[in-house]
Design a protein around this ligand. Sequence first.
Ligand SMILES: Cc1ncc(COP(=O)(O)O)c(C=O)c1O
Length: 435
Amino acid sequence: MTSDDLLARHRAVLPSWMPLYYSEPIELVSGSGRRVTDAQGRTYLDFFGGVLTSMVGYDIPEIRDAVERQLRTGIVHSSTLYLIRQQVELAEKVARVSGIPDARVFFANSGTEANEAALLFATNHRRSAQILAVRNSYHGRSYATMGVTGNRGWSASALNPLQVAWLHSGERLRGLLARLSESERVDAAVEDLREVLATQTAGDVACLIAEPIQGVGGFVHPPDGLFAAWKKVLDEHGILFVSDEVQTGWGRTGEHFWGYQAHGVTPDLLTFAKGIGNGFALAGVVGRAEVLESVPAISFCTFGGNPVSTAAGNAVLDYLLDHDLQGNAARTGAILADGLRAAVGGLDRVAEVRGKGLMLGVEFVRPGTTEPDPALTVRVLEACKAGGLLVGKGGLYGNVLRMGPPLTLTEDEAREGLAILVDAIRSSAAAEVAA
Ligand SMILES: Cc1ncc(COP(=O)(O)O)c(C=O)c1O
């Protein structure tokens, strides 16, 4: 079976709105560490990890062994009607590392479900369906999570069970707050929050949901401290704060274990998904007991936190902590960020190299403007692939290259990937000038 056959079969049977990367899409057939091999036998260094999900890397013995041990018991599934040892253990660990006092944990299968659950808890606790969300956000593909998604390209329906009012993200490059200093942006975003509360809500809002670094949004992030400044205002009204850590959690940002910690604030609810299962379907919400307890009916998730996914989750979290992958993300992320800034940060096609730890973006624009250049972004993506490196793209305008490698990335691999990236960016930008 060739990849071409598979592509035709894919197109014949799967919906077209599920995009495939590359003019010649690839099928990954094996992986080890930070490298994956496609059906043609080409090996790539992986800087995207299946959208920041293969967080520890491929074929990690400790994780494989934990999953195989669980499989050998014969119990793949039992339902949450019975005690699940792996689930209780993982909940204890997640509660402990969450930074939230007296926390409870609810497990689900995806980031969408986790955010949907957080919105359920917050709206029930506050007896209000009013939500504050942030422009350029992404929170999932259910009606409520699409409803709090501030990105037209990722919101497939206007049907929304919630009443949503929108805040400025505090981003530096575009919009009304662009070009302000960091502290001015914080002040302006807080003023915006007060004005939105006074003009677009009845005051008794359930929660504000925000990503510390906007993932799909192109790794845009506000100045450190904005969430704390927002929370002061939220606290005046009893409004809850939900941190969507689906991409930013577990030490990826290097400087902290959670993205929210850059802001000196503790969320009421925190949602997680993607990396904690290292590919196994595992997600959840951790938060204040009284908020999680405000569900007025049975709420049951058949697969949520099942014995196999939580066996994986326990092994991932243990590995992460035992090997200080947060420290590694800080070290290897700095090699990438410093190297990119030095080599391509000055190009007139690069508006910004941004992000934290191993969550780094490069935004491409038309020369000397802030006009997005998605075409150049696609060319760089293809050039990286030709050079043996998988990266992602995103941003409201599809003009941001996104890097989110496994947190086990070595310093040599960081330098190897950096060289491919720099070459791909320079050659793609130069080819366009010559054309
Ligand atoms: C910040 C954030 N929240 C929620 C989601 C939705 O997660 P899932 O695709 O697992 O439903 C994503 C997915 O990319 C995400 O990046």
